[in-house]
Design a protein. Structure first.
Length: 298
């Protein structure tokens, strides 16, 4: 199958490479000329050239950051694609925006498929988990693509519902990921602080990786990180977020669903960015006011 791929960041390039390994032809485009030059396949120098190189009915996969990049590219493609073509959004778009874009595409007879994609930089070798939303007929037509990207033809991918369902499912997936990561981080922090036992954190992670009820791929990655840098030297305690944790928490509030673990894990990420916490300074001042407790000076 011949597919257009827009976005040659690390994940997009890796996905294109996995498709090529599976025997599919990829015509790629990226606004960055250097990314096009380094791509190990056919790269077009414009969206128009990429679309022109694809046979009808066309299939174009966007692997772009959510927000303006996806919005502007979808708008540009809507003038280039024809009825019967399919546009796939494999990024982390907000599902509400996806539903709107799907309606806009449908008005032109274009199928809009949202594909929540998990696997990160390891997906090239291990395959990707694909959570797909959209018309059943359109998803079935793209089956060879999904089978090539997934860990196996019959594992790790599937249609989860109509347009928006793929990105909604990926949003919740990432919210769960926040909670899991926070639990591992807190547990290992407690271990690290128990200095008198001289605990080998990387060794403990290796033990837990085999047979333990807390074993997971995240634990595998944690063990690798501890082996590479046991003291986490040179790493700033600043944890970013892509936005999906925020959307998950907001959705939980809108649905009246309690989600304290995911919510607190998001708040911890926000807390990590406040190097000059006014709140903490005020707390120290309060303690000094009511109890005469000492205040540490900067």
């Amino acid at each position: 199958m011949k597919l257009g791929m827009i976005g040659l960041g690390r994940m997009g390039a890796n996905m294109a490479a996995r498709l090529q390994r599976g025997g599919h032809e990829v015509v790629a485009f990226d606004a960055d000329a250097k990314a096009r030059q380094s791509f190990g396949g056919k790269a077009a120098d414009s969206l128009q050239a990429m679309v022109a190189a694809l046979p009808a009915p066309r299939a174009v996969w966007m692997m772009l950051p959510s927000g303006d990049a996806t919005e502007s590219t979808q708008a540009a493609l809507s003038a280039l694609l024809s009825a019967g073509d399919t546009l796939i959004d494999g990024g982390n778009s907000n599902y509400k925006e996806t539903q709107r874009r799907a309606r806009q595409a449908a008005a032109r007879g274009i199928d809009y498929v949202d594909c929540g994609t998990s696997g990160g930089v390891w997906g090239l070798e291990n395959g990707y988990s694909l959570m797909i939303g959209g018309d059943e007929r359109a998803v079935e037509r793209l089956r060879p693509i999904f089978e090539a990207l997934a860990p196996a033809k019959d594992r790790g991918w599937g249609r989860v519902g109509p347009s928006g369902a793929g990105h909604f499912t990926k949003m919740i997936h990432n919210g769960i990921e926040y909670g899991l990561m926070q639990a591992y981080a807190e547990g290992f922090s407690i271990l690290e602080h128990k200095k008198d036992l001289e605990l080998d954190l990387q060794g403990i992670a290796e033990i837990w990786r085999h047979g333990s009820v807390v074993r997971s791929w995240l634990l595998d990655l944690t063990a690798a990180a501890l082996k590479e840098n046991p003291a986490m030297a040179g790493i700033a305690p600043h944890v970013s977020d892509s936005g999906e944790g925020r959307w998950t928490v907001q959705e939980a509030i809108d649905l009246d669903v309690p989600a304290p673990v995911i919510t607190l894990s998001l708040l911890q990420r926000l807390r990590s960015r406040d190097d000059e916490s006014f709140a903490d300074r005020l707390l120290a001042a309060m303690r000094q006011q009511f109890g005469g407790h000492a205040i540490r000076k900067d």
